[in-house]
Design a protein around this ligand. Sequence first.
Ligand code: ADP
Ligand code: MG
Length: 555
Amino acid sequence: ASATQTLGFQAEVKQLLRLMIHSLYSHKEIFLRELISNASDALDKLRFEALAKPELTGGQNDFAITIETDNTAHTVTITDNGIGMTRQEAVEHLGTIAKSGTAEFLSKLSGDQKQDAQLIGQFGVGFYSSFIVADRVEVFSRRAGHPASDGVHWESRADGEFTVSNVELPERGTKIVLHLKEGEHEFADAFRIRSLVRKYSDHIAFPVRMRKSEQDAELETVNHAQALWTRPRTEVKDEEYKEFYRHVTHDFTDPLAWSHGKVEGKKEYTSLLYIPSRAPFDLWHRDASRGLKLYVRRVFIMDDAEQFLPLYLRFVKGIVDSADLPLNISREMLQQDPAIDAIRTGLARRTLDLLAKIAKDEPEKYATFWKEFGAVLKEGPAEDGTNRERIAKLLRFSSTHADSETQDVSLEDYVGRMKPGQTAIYYVIADSFGAAKSSPHLEVMRKKGIEVLLLSDRVDEWLTDHLHEFDGKRFANVARGELDLSAVESEDEKKAQESLAKEHADLVERIRKSLGDKVSDVRITHRLVESPACLVLGENDMGAQMRRILEAAGQ
Ligand code: ADP
Ligand code: MG
């Protein structure tokens, strides 16, 4: 297969290219960050593979990224001596998008430049962003460990096709040449590129080198070239934390918050955890990537190490760098290593502490967090028994207090508003907020001025099955069993109830007979104010929501 081949881009790539060129026009300098980010990933991968196969580097261990500009030819060239690509890999990685749900994601874009820019940024445009500034892109690459004759030359004009052919390449790694469009020639200016590297890629752990000056061909390192998380917190600027977040996540909206910390002692590790400000498009995809980037003593080991965070914190992004794990640790080993459990416990605590701090100090920010990820955090009490109380404090609900769909009532708020004598935290659960709000079960509660939580998220039944009490108060479903309001009722009200029950005993008996075994009981109730009758679940019956979920699963 040494002849030149012309191949078509996958349909999704064509669509992404078109949309991206249109919507990212005002963020065009991101191409440089993306290409440097890829070069850094390629160096990480080589260093990792060389742990098991040192011969891959051929003794050439000066891992670096080089950028050259040519003002006459109007080109920018980014070179790395990382892992490189085979011809096959170039065709796959630079011609398709591997992420699941891409087509669905692309169909959501509106054509509105600003809105789409946000969405696409979060999706991660990567290599294809080269075409925002270039009308022709060439890639020369050779996989580490392969002979010089295995080099590949990839080229495209973003017109739906690309070509690949074999070339001799004396060096391993990848060289990307951007032929700048008319109007984008500013990016062939060394000074401009240098300032962009400082701005966007300072945190890259490998040196990014450029010529000292136009006259002086000697190279110098223009970035910090030190793993950001190894630097003391006080020395790292917010802007640098944000850039690092972009590198790790490919999301170019700013993170909501982060926590950077080092744990010493029996287990020694550094972590840098981020809470994104928006849910990724694939938050609810079963096979969406999640987890942290794992490093061992600064050597990159793997992406998406899932073992370091519980599932209900799957929205957290970032890195963990362990000082004690073996360099050859595999995914399988991660699942069995008790040391990992200890780190996971520590990181879960760190995340919950961070969230608690935001909730306390920056309620507006917390509201954003809750809107994006609240439904995920609600899985917490079921999954993480030890942190149940801590998670419960972070939960937010709609309630009859404001009757608003916005979930902003904390359990502490609720308890603070409980009536004298009230012992339970009441809730009603339904398929929609509207249905919850107008539930007949609320009539008596509203009349008595008792607040009720209005639950309608899919996970709410799961949540209430695992959250039995808060601050010593039990949770009670107002649609379940006998609703005992005696503690908040006056003696007169109780008497009235009893005489009403006596008076209508006959009627109740007749209804009971005519309904037969369609119901398990018929009772006079004080639940209702306006509705004549309502259905109530037995104390141990399965809720309607849960029943539907099980039915849908074929049970
Ligand atoms: P991402 O970085 O999110 O995977 P990109 O579009 O940036 O997406 O890159 C696509 C793929 O192309 C990468 O995953 C990698 O396999 C390959 N690739 C891109 N640049 C390089 C490079 N400099 N060296 C080796 N492989 C690369
Ligand atoms: Mg990339």
